[in-house]
Design a protein around this ligand. Structure first.
Ligand code: AMP
Ligand code: GLY
Length: 433
């Protein structure tokens, strides 16, 4: 501790940091960490072609937690930061901490808040945290009877992780019944669908609030808004997210205060009372209904693409905040944000969110950056020295502006410089509530 303090006074902490993951979210995390004067070297496993420019990419999959811990031990990593949910739910934090390695993220038990929708709903019910009314079912016959009884609209959710595809908003009874059949009988998400949550259908604008947590203190970040549907005007299938803005225009200061006290701090207190304190980033997905804000979901990590609009607005050194979260000293931190607005437009491959093509040459990134945008890579790779597509979501083009219109103009003028075969993107990011 004293040595760390002396090193920090000299501005030479010289940390080695490992970031786990390889999407747009992890590019934004690595990009922000690379601005810290206390960081000497950044590694990323597995990373992508954009991350490679600012970190050393290591070919270890994000889910291979034992090999990642071996690597962090051998390379004497000072801090590991975990992007995606799968390694967290598998227990990467317990594995690292068991070996005395420092890691930013929640334990396996605390990650259940995302890993099990049944756990999350029961927690909210027990601690009176506002959310949609719900019932839990462990067999399809009972679930279908219930649907028959109460009718549509309804929301059907597979209990476990389903890569963002486990939620069906059913406008009609038949749709709800087929969702239950495919989740519980055909087992399209495997064991993640052994139980389902059937929820009351809520209406209103959605907001994402990410919060830094150290187990007892939580500090909400600036708000953001994801755009989940594939096409303009919120049409088409759900995706991992086609773009984001920060702040969410519908989220007033007054609402933010209510949400912080009645939802986020209450959740962190509830987890501590259950004996599983939450450390890391808590993602709270909210719907602002006419009866007040309701929790739609929790995630145990940064959002993607929300991180690509939130971190560019962060003034404070991200590493300082992450160390405060792991050390339990978040109450001593003062976290500053830029007043600027941020917009991020996701460029996707033809066919996404269904089956998509890979290996298409990507052109125009330098020109896009010259428009003042930050181009975060998601599904990109290098093939014979050429930048090519390698995923459904390929790039996230983010820009800051003094207002949302300026940020949007900058982001879209940068997008117009980029090309790859089959590229598609939404033209209305920030225009729908
Ligand atoms: P989730 O992964 O739980 O956030 O759900 C994905 C999306 O489904 C959300 O962003 C909402 O658009 C929608 N959704 C989830 N729960 C509800 C609900 N109870 N009522 C209406 N829409 C919902
Ligand atoms: N953007 C939604 C998520 O990160 O889960």
């Amino acid at each position: 501790m004293i040595l760390k303090f002396i090193k920090r006074m000299k501005g030479c902490e010289a940390l080695k940091v490992l970031v786990v993951g390889g999407g747009g979210r992890e590019h934004a995390i690595v990009w922000k960490i690379s601005q810290s004067p206390n960081v000497k070297e950044i590694f990323c496993a597995p990373g992508n072609a954009g991350i490679k420019k600012i970190a050393r990419c290591i070919d270890i999959p994000a889910e291979d937690i034992k090999t990642l811990a071996d690597f962090a031990e051998k390379e004497r990593m000072d801090l590991t930061v975990v992007g995606p949910e799968v390694p967290l739910v598998l227990g990467i934090v317990d594995e690292f901490e068991g070996r005395g390695l420092r890691i930013f993220g929640p334990s396996k038990a605390a990650s259940q808040i995302e890993g099990s929708k049944v756990f999350a709903k029961k927690l909210m019910q027990k601690y009176n945290i506002p959310t949609a009314d719900f019932r839990i079912f462990n067999n399809s016959a009972d679930a279908i009877n219930y649907i028959d009884e109460i009718g549509a609209p309804l929301v059907i959710k597979a209990e476990g992780l389903a890569a963002g595809k486990g939620v069906v908003v059913a406008r009609e009874k038949g749709e709800a019944v087929s969702a239950v059949k495919s989740i519980m009988e055909e087992k399209v998400f495997g064991n993640a669908g052994s139980r389902v949550v059937i929820e009351e259908f809520l209406e209103g604008p959605e907001v994402t609030v990410l919060s830094f947590c150290d187990g007892k203190t939580c500090v909400p970040m600036v708000s953001s808004r994801d755009h989940k549907r594939a096409f303009d005007h919120d049409e088409g299938p759900n995706t991992g997210g086609m773009g984001a803005v920060s702040p969410a225009s519908t989220y007033s200061m007054e609402l933010a205060e209510i949400v912080e006290k009645q939802i986020i701090q209450k959740t962190v207190d509830a987890m501590a009372k259950e004996g599983i304190p939450f450390k890391g980033v808590l993602y709270t997905g909210l719907m602002l209904t006419n009866k007040g804000p309701r929790v739609l979901e929790y995630n145990c990590r940064f959002g993607d693409p929300e991180t690509q609009v939130v971190l560019p607005r962060l003034e404070t050194d991200l590493i300082d905040i992450m160390e405060a979260c792991t050390d339990g000293t978040l109450d001593k931190m003062s976290i500053q944000w830029k007043e600027d607005r941020a917009v991020c437009v996701v460029l996707a491959s033809k066919g996404y969110p269904g089956a998509y093509e890979k290996g298409k040459a990507i052109k125009g990134i330098s020109e896009a950056e010259r428009q003042g945008a930050i181009v975060f890579h998601a599904g990109t790779a290098e093939k014979n020295g050429m930048l090519v597509t390698s995923g459904g979501r390929v790039l996230g083009v983010a820009a800051l502006g003094k207002d949302e219109e300026e940020a949007r103009m900058k982001a879209y003028s940068a997008v117009s410089k980029i090309e790859f075969e089959g590229m598609h993107y939404r033209k209305d990011i920030g225009k729908v509530l």
